[in-house]
Design a protein around this ligand. Structure first.
Ligand code: NAD
Length: 332
């Protein structure tokens, strides 16, 4: 049994079920800086050691693996220490916040190739998107030439108060856009070459949130495929991942009830309904495969390489937004 620890008991609390489901890892330690969470954890999980500081949890005797589910701005320091202490890491998105941090983490990763690292890019587990990926691989969509992928957040209150409002830096592309950027890369097998972006902060104007709450980016892919990706945190629309994927043979559209696959230009032809569940996955669902990767070398849902590439794409979009120009991923 691997010994696991979890830092941050918001979404991190939901990682516990993932470790338990693996049957090969035991959560031995929890950490949160919030005293209310400390009390909750001590009552609800009496068998686990509780720490108020992340560095203490990371040094828990015999720890093998850690989930980092703290505030975005703390991921980098905690990842660094986890690498120093030879821990496998399952990190919530985003991996980090700035390009210099990505470069430092790349060095640490290269120095410790035996350590596994993955991230909770959970859309890859949605049965509807798995079905779509299978159909793309079978050629049902023909050659892909354009995508529109929108992370529609639907929870404005989560950025106008709390840590996202108080953080010196917060990126809606890193916080939400990363999910649909990763989804596009995973579905198409392509990595964007460059990006340009615009944004605004109309929805959160007059609140404590100081960063763009709406960012729209155009991405170009090596095949020539184009994409429009957005992170829309002010939406008066429930949380949703809009996706339209255009191929020469068919077009996929994600709807709240079903996915639709349009295989004809004839307005009288009905699309095929893709009824696989969406989102259809719990936040801890990728952890058993992560544990199997550590113990058996099995494939993970999201490779470390993919985590770094997705982060690089997000950083390129943020840089494009800040500088008002196309930014190549290899500039990051
Ligand atoms: N994969 C997903 O779909 C998904 C969903 C939600 C959140 N997240 C990510 O998870 C992270 C946490 O977000 P959340 O929604 O759970 O926030 P949250 O505010 O609900 O919970 C975060 C918890 O972590 C604790 N915490 C923060 N920094 C800490 C630190 N340095 N040491 C110890 N404890 C710390 C806080 O006290 C809080 O209890 C963020 O990075 C967020 O982007 C990912």
């Amino acid at each position: 049994m691997l010994k696991a620890g979890i830092i941050g008991l918001g979404v991190g609390e939901r990682h516990i079920a993932g470790y338990q489901q693996s049957g090969r890892a035991e959560v031995v330690a929890l950490c949160d800086i919030d005293p209310a969470k400390a009390q909750m954890a001590r009552e609800k999980y009496p068998g686990m050691t509780f720490y108020g500081q992340a560095d203490e949890l990371l040094r828990h005797p015999g720890l093998d693996v850690v989930s980092i589910a703290s505030f975005d701005q703390d991921h980098y320091d905690q990842l660094r220490l986890a690498y120093d202490l030879n821990l496998h890491v399952f990190v919530e998105k985003p991996l980090c916040q700035f390009d210099w941090q990505l470069r430092e983490l790349e060095k640490l990763r290269a120095a410790k190739p035996g350590l596994k690292m993955s991230s909770n890019l959970i859309l890859r587990r949605a049965p509807r998107f798995i079905d779509l990926k299978t159909r793309i691989a079978r050629g049902e969509l023909g050659t892909l030439y354009h995508a529109e992928a929108d992370y529609v957040y639907g929870r404005l209150h989560k950025i106008t108060a709390g840590w996202r409002a108080e953080s010196p830096f917060y990126s809606v592309i890193q916080g939400g856009g990363v999910h649909v950027i990763d989804l596009l890369m995973w579905l198409t097998g392509e990595t964007p070459v460059d990006a340009v972006a615009i944004g605004n902060r109309i929805s959160s104007a007059g609140t404590a949130f100081r960063h763009p709450d709406m960012v729209a980016a155009l991405l170009r892919f090596p095949s020539g495929m184009t994409a429009k990706v957005s992170a829309n945190f002010g939406s008066v629309y429930p949380h949703f991942h809009k996706l339209q994927l255009y191929g020469t043979g068919a077009t996929f559209e994600n709807g709240p009830e079903t996915g639709l696959l349009w295989t004809s230009r004839d307005p009288d032809m009905k699309p095929l309904a893709l009824t696989g569940a969406y989102p259809g996955a719990a936040k801890g669902d990728m952890i058993p495969a992560f544990i199997a990767a550590i113990l058996d070398g099995a494939a993970m849902d999201v490779s470390a390489e993919d985590v770094f590439t997705g982060m690089r794409a997000c950083l390129a979009v943020d840089k494009a937004l800040a500088e008002g120009r196309f930014v190549r991923l290899d500039e990051i």
